[in-house]
Design a binder for this molecule. Structure first.
Ligand code: GAL
Length: 633
């Protein structure tokens, strides 16, 4: 695989006279890819059936003639006003029952049949026109499914589609009543038409009802995307991607990814640091201009799994953005570091968002590679430097590393439906585990919760898998790897009920979770030997070897041969101990990292990244602030 760079461009934002110069400058900077079109429906079809492809024909031609490869986005994330006028009930409805209005983007409900038909129509027209265009070298479906909280919709269309989905799944209302436990509070239904969406109830709705609504909502995204993919595939041989997001888990990305050729995601390290990571203020101050040292890498590894090996960064932050609470400029060198980090994790392409900063509308405060006056912005030099460097080191050599971390979207929904304590999230738990693995100097493969993806690892961490299907359970138990499960492993059945034999219900294991408790975050329970449990603790009974216990002797991790059951949510020191002990048992060498320094191994290279603002001494030599070091392996 070749390492390449690109950018996101909006020809419709600029006078046609500048396109040629823009294209020439992109090529001269060493960029290969240019993504266009994903918000251009209004200029392609300003009124129903009034099609204006001529400008897009010329834009693609100008870019292609400059030697660039075009990623063409289907424009379905921004239906023009006339589409909404035609289908006023296509708008998604929020949990409070309010329609989400026209005037920005992503104003549609995935379940609306009329809107899906409009998408079918415009994507077909686009694919007919450009499917064989020699400059269109890849497609992107829509833009960022889930952005702005747009997966769950409580519309009429969603309600009807949910009832159909339930009827398919349960076949009879009696079966649904049994599965959900609707005898509780007299919630039985006589017909699927009686089932409503789980919003606006007096107190919390039935967790089984909510979990099914989450599954349904995810399936609607898969269906929506598949409609586009089928149209594109029938008309084009170019690979198809979607640009996923950081920290968005509202749909099963593996299921969407299975229909695509490439997974890509949009990486905004400084925006994420303030908004999403949930870290303490001191951490945010420390990494203010660099981003969290693990957050990007986590998503690189996750989307490598989603893309079955083929993945890109479709949008890379190039400077201050407009949407986080505070929007600092990156430390000099960070744009280069972020780009190299993606390549180190196996990216084929990194595309900077966006080419030129827009002087109008919502993203005026968002930097690009060019300033609004077309002069180079600071990121341009770093992009040029990366382009020159990858020309010297063009190949990606992926390889399977010894340590896997399982990520399961359904577990994330189950924790969300029933967190049991404020602030407890599956995503947070898995990220904490990932951070600990990286602090120990380990490269990590994130893998699907699927027996077919577990082979060949020496250690498999699978924290928080609340719903453990039998085949996955069997695969963990049969694995030669050191496997870490829990907390809350198998805590719920598929229907969101407590298993009759009590969790984790591992055949042949003398282990039971007899009670669970959640705790205030400021009341950690100390572990003997260092570290603590915070937030959540299973009470377990079993005959395993104690790996971690509280100062009062309550077991927190028990080992049964190759399987360790973790009963609590560990703090940083606790996770570091668990990782060190598990790695030692698995025969995997660890190398504790200096604060803010991380490594990643490919098949042929070891990369070192310094996320701090100071020079750090490492085994590989001194790393300057924002420094990247590449060693042959
Ligand atoms: C992404 C989106 C882009 C742009 C960017 C700004 O979420 O895909 O269109 O809005 O954020 O950072």
């Amino acid at each position: 695989m070749q390492r390449t760079l690109g950018t996101c461009y909006y020809p419709e934002h600029w006078p046609e006279e500048v396109w040629e110069d823009d294209a020439a400058r992109m090529a001269a900077a060493g960029l290969t890819w240019v993504r266009i079109g994903e918000f251009a429906w209004g200029r392609i079809e300003p009124a129903p059936g009034d099609l204006h492809w001529d400008w897009l024909d010329r834009a693609i031609e100008v870019l292609g003639q400059a030697g660039l490869k075009v990623v063409l986005g289907t424009p379905t994330a921004t239906p023009p006003r006339w589409v909404v006028n035609k289908h006023p009930d296509m708008l998604a409805v929020d949990a409070a029952g309010r329609p989400r209005k026209f005037g920005s983007r992503r104003h549609y409900c995935f379940s609306h049949a009329g809107y899906l038909d409009e998408c079918r129509r415009i994507v077909t027209l686009m694919a007919d026109r450009y499917g064989c265009n020699p400059h269109v070298a890849a497609w992107q479906t829509d833009n960022e499914y889930g952005c702005h909280d747009t997966i769950l919709s409580y519309s009429e269309a969603a309600r009807g589609a949910f009832r159909d989905w339930l009827a398919q799944r349960y076949q009879s209302p009696e079966a649904l009543n049994r599965a959900w436990g609707n005898v509780f509070w007299s919630m039985d239904y006589a017909s699927f038409d009686d089932v409503d969406l789980p919003n606006l109830t007096v107190t919390e709705p039935n967790p089984s009802h909510v979990l099914d609504f989450r599954r349904f909502s995810s399936d609607q995204v898969v269906r929506f995307n598949r409609v586009q993919v089928d149209i594109l595939r029938a008309r084009s041989e170019a690979p198809i991607a979607h640009n996923y997001m950081g920290r968005v888990t509202d749909f099963d990305h593996y299921a969407v990814g299975d229909d695509l050729d490439i997974a890509s995601w949009d990486s905004y390290p400084l925006g994420f640091l303030e908004n999403v990571v949930g870290a303490e203020d001191a951490h945010k101050r420390r990494y203010n201009r660099q981003g969290d040292p693990d957050f990007q890498a986590f998503h690189h590894d996750l989307y490598r799994a989603v893309g079955r090996g083929r993945w890109w960064v479709m949008e890379q932050q190039p400077g201050p953005v407009n949407w986080a609470p505070y929007n600092p400029a990156p430390l000099p060198g960070m744009v280069r570091l972020w780009s190299w980090e993606a390549f180190a994790h196996g990216a084929e392409a990194v595309c900077y968002f966006r080419w030129r900063q827009a002087p109008f509308a919502q993203e005026q405060m968002h930097a690009g590679l060019l300033r609004p006056d077309s002069a180079d912005a600071p990121a341009m030099d770093e992009a040029r430097q990366v382009a020159a460097e990858i020309a010297e080191a063009p190949q990606v050599q992926p390889r399977q590393v010894p340590v896997a971390l399982v990520f399961d979207y359904e577990a994330d929904w189950a924790w969300d439906v029933q967190p049991h304590g404020a602030g407890l999230s599956y995503f947070g738990l898995v990220l904490e585990c990932y951070r600990a693995l990286r602090r120990a100097g380990l490269s990590v493969d994130i893998v699907r919760p699927d027996p077919a993806h577990l082979a060949g690892y020496k250690a498999i961490f699978a924290p928080g898998l609340m719903i453990l299907p039998d085949d996955l359970k069997a695969a963990f138990l049969a694995s030669d790897a050191q496997v870490v499960l829990g907390p809350r492993a198998g805590a719920r059945s598929r229907d969101m009920a407590i298993p009759a034999a009590l969790p984790p219900d591992l055949p042949g294991f003398d282990l039971k979770v007899t009670r669970v408790e959640s705790m205030r975050p400021d009341m950690p329970v100390a572990l003997s030997g260092g570290g603590a449990v915070t937030g959540y603790l299973d009470e377990i009974e079993g005959a395993g070897d104690p790996v971690l216990e509280t100062e009062t002797g309550r077991p927190v991790a028990l080992a049964f041969g190759g399987l360790t059951y973790l009963a609590g949510w560990l703090d940083r020191a606790g996770f570091d101990r668990l990782v060190a002990q598990t790695a030692a048992r698995a025969g995997v060498a660890t190398r504790p990292m200096p604060e803010g320094v991380r490594i990643r191994d490919t098949g042929t290279e070891r990369f070192w990244f310094n996320y701090t603002a100071e020079t750090v001494k490492t085994d590989a030599g001194d790393l300057p602030p924002a420094g990247v070091l590449r060693q042959p392996l």
